[in-house]
Design a binder for this molecule. Structure first.
Ligand code: ADP
Length: 490
């Protein structure tokens, strides 16, 4: 059983939603049986009624109806329908203001999931909790279900999708959420005299995963730890990084309906048509010169995390160095303005679209020659993987999932799929881009580089196998361990 606060396509604010949908489906394809428990937010009508569950949290008894909806063979969503908690204008906030009762809302989601599991005839084997919203799962299992015949020995796996969201609440919530003060310790869920759901997830789970092996290393260091590096170091023996997969049906150049024509590594002619289309869509001149000129694509949230301060540092050199640019994104006003200014100054070189546009995102991936992703940090990242499938060579900063999914090009062995730079500086970024452009000038080498990327396996099936290994590990460890003395129900 998974617990996740977002599941695509039903609810989504970020990558968590994609993982919470694609991973269960991949596990189901591999013969497992997965239920993902998630809120039935406003406007969701999907699902067949299955059961009701009740629980008292913070002095109020809430009753929820559970609705089940298939996700694919072996995988289903279980919606928790509790209008007082989930029928709201937003998932976590409205008008930019987080809901005051978020601790209660997501504690209830977790309790409802566990109560449902406790009542099931065939018990779940593993609870897989995602991000801070499901962070209390392990604590509730050990405090409230320690005497349950089936759940007492069920291990918890906790996945961190973004360490920046820590689920911090005033400590007065602790008793209201039915948790004992004995858990309020440095090794428990106390974080600077407050309660952190994320810390609870890290400390009360049998295994902790995050979305790439390199990010798993990085978050143990102060530069990337967002205050949690000590916590992560302490749990290092239980921590694994598993790279996310991508949806290889939606992001497939051989069948992408958003491209002017399909293409593959063996039949790449359609890529030139995509380049023509993307130049046109971004208002750049469509001439033979432009079609031959290297084209750099960017599709991104325009925020600090994605490295746009580096672009700002060297903007003049960047637009003078030779290639043209197509930039799709939105975010911080100053980065939107930076790109608008560059486009106004060099309309023959820079095309910008500020906004979120699925079709243009596919066109950029299909039509660009290179893809630039200079992230300051990147738990996993998706666009560098999409790019490779579309024969668009990534130029990325060597951080997080980018390290784990882009192999540096080696002209001697003809291996590799892209270009990386380590220093977080504008000059290092320009250096990597210059190396890429050098290879672009040698068509045979460039073709090989593109083909290497197009052949890479970024499927969810590969990631799902890695998760199964973690599940099997925690199940085996529980079997060999004597159960802890039961803790009194509070
Ligand atoms: P993050 O989740 O940190 O934003 P990822 O690379 O993991 O970064 O995922 C970003 C996703 O959002 C990708 O699927 C990307 O194509 C998409 N995306 C980002 N900005 C835009 C945009 N302006 N228009 C369309 N898609 C976008």
């Amino acid at each position: 059983m998974m617990i996740a606060s977002e599941v695509a396509p039903f609810s989504k604010t970020g990558g968590l939603a994609d993982v919470a949908s694609a991973l269960p489906r991949a596990l189901g394809r591999a013969g497992h049986d997965v239920t993902v428990v998630t809120p039935r937010y406003r406007g969701l009508a999907a699902g067949q009624w299955l059961a009701d569950v009740s629980a008292t949290v913070a002095g109020t008894t809430f009753t929820a109806s559970l609705f089940t909806e298939p996700l694919g063979p072996g995988a289903r969503v279980l919606f928790v329908d509790c209008p007082p908690l989930f029928d709201r204008a937003g998932l976590y906030n409205a008008g930019g203001q987080d809901f005051d009762d978020n601790p209660l809302r997501f504690a209830f989601l977790t309790i409802a999931a566990l109560e449902w599991a406790a009542a099931e005839a065939s018990p779940v084997q593993v609870v897989h909790a995602h991000d801070w919203q499901a962070g209390l799962a392990g604590a509730y299992l050990s405090q409230h279900f320690a005497r349950h015949p089936a759940l007492a020995r069920v291990p918890t796996v906790f996945t961190i999708h973004n360490l920046a969201y820590q689920g911090i609440a005033d400590k007065s919530w602790l008793p209201r959420l039915g948790l004992g003060w004995d858990l309020f310790t440095v090794d428990g869920l106390e974080f600077w005299d407050r309660l952190s759901f994320l810390k609870a997830g890290v400390n009360f789970s049998d295994a902790v995963t995050t979305v790439s092996p390199t990010y798993a290393e990085e978050i143990q260091r102060p530069e990337y730890g967002a205050g949690f590096d000590g916590v992560m170091r302490r749990r290092a023996p239980a921590l694994t990084g598993i790279l996310n997969g991508i949806d290889t049906d939606v992001w497939n150049p051989a069948s992408d309906p958003l491209l002017p024509a399909p293409f593959t590594a063996k039949a790449p002619a359609g890529k030139a048509l995509a380049k023509r289309a993307v130049l046109e869509a971004f208002g750049l001149p469509v001439t033979d010169g432009m079609l031959a000129r290297p084209l750099v694509g960017i599709v991104s949230r325009l925020v600090d995390q994605k490295g746009f301060d580096l672009v700002a540092q060297v903007a003049d050199s960047l637009v003078e160095m030779g290639p043209a640019f197509v930039v799709l994104g939105s975010g911080d006003g100053r980065y939107e303005q930076l790109w608008r200014t560059l486009a106004a100054r060099r309309p023959d070189t820079v095309g910008v679209h500020i906004g979120f546009d699925e079709r243009l995102a596919h066109l950029v991936e299909g039509g660009a020659d290179l893809f630039l992703m200079p992230s300051r940090y990147e738990p996993c990242g998706l666009n560098q993987m999409y790019s490779q499938r579309y024969g668009t060579v990534p130029v990325v900063r060597a951080t997080g999932g980018l390290v784990d999914s882009v192999i540096p090009w080696d002209p001697a062995t003809k291996k590799g799929t892209g270009f990386l730079f380590a220093d977080y500086s504008g000059d290092a970024m320009l250096g990597a881009l210059a190396r890429a452009l050098d290879v672009f000038g040698r068509p045979a080498e460039w073709k090989r580089l593109q083909q290497n990327g197009m052949k890479a396996d970024f499927s969810w099936d590969r990631s799902a196998r890695a998760y199964v290994k973690v599940y099997k590990g925690v199940i085996a460890a529980r079997r060999t361990r004597r159960p802890k003395a039961p803790v009194a129900r509070t």
